[in-house]
Design a protein. Structure first.
Length: 221
């Protein structure tokens, strides 16, 4: 089992130098949650119970309350960003406020580092929504795996990150949910979960790349 170590930051002034010091190829991942704070949720619950609004408005409020991190970026908020340039060490940025999120999004679309994401279709929509741009250089390990394991039956070509890498990392990683609902942003188990996400993505990318190189060498031999 690969033991992952991580360092977390919640101060952007300390984060930026660390990000710039990483290698040219980095694996990235977001953790997300409902955008509403507990106080905002309580207010919206009270409004629904009051019965003083139209059914259409009540449905809108209920949609906001029911939203998870998988919903549209307007209803979800980035809670953590993990990044790794190795299979066992990661940086986790705790996004405790809008300033950190804004600066992080700005960095993601301006850095020339190659960013590896597993399912950029999800994470990328948050970047695009907040910046109108996508990273300059990126690879998607889910798309790479989907191409290599293509099958007419989607069930036989499942490409979830945990499906590929769970046996190499802490078993708790597979058990924790993707959607973050714990109000404690500093929860150690969840920070480790986020760190493994990035390390496992980095690991998978080079497993795929090295496999393709080996196949190419065998065919040219």
């Amino acid at each position: 089992m690969i033991e992952v170590k991580y360092t977390y930051y919640d101060d952007w002034s300390k984060v930026l130098p660390v990000l710039e010091s990483l290698g040219d190829i980095v694996a990235c991942d977001f953790e997300v949650a409902n955008v509403l704070t507990d106080k905002e949720r309580n207010i919206k619950y009270a409004r629904i119970k009051s019965g003083n609004f139209s059914d259409k408005y009540k449905r809108k409020l209920q949609q906001q309350l029911d939203a998870t991190g998988l919903f549209h970026p307007s209803l979800a908020s980035i809670t953590h960003f993990s990044i790794a340039d190795s299979i066992n060490e990661a940086i986790v940025i705790i996004c405790t406020n809008s300033v950190i999120r804004s600066e992080l999004f700005k960095w993601l679309v301006t850095t020339d580092k190659v960013q590896i994401w597993h399912n950029l279709g999800f994470d990328g929509k948050h970047i695009l929504y907040h910046t109108g741009k996508l990273p300059q250089q990126w690879e998607d390990t889910q798309l790479l795996a989907r191409c290599l394991l293509n099958d007419a039956n989607d069930f036989h070509s499942q490409t979830g990150l945990k499906g590929f890498m769970a046996d190499q990392y802490d078993p708790r990683w597979k058990e924790l949910a993707d959607d973050f609902s714990n109000p404690n942003y500093y929860d150690e188990d969840f920070l480790m979960y986020a760190a493994i996400d990035a390390c496992a993505t980095y690991n998978l990318y080079f497993i795929i790349i090295n496999s393709l190189k080996e196949k190419e060498n065998d065919e040219s031999a």
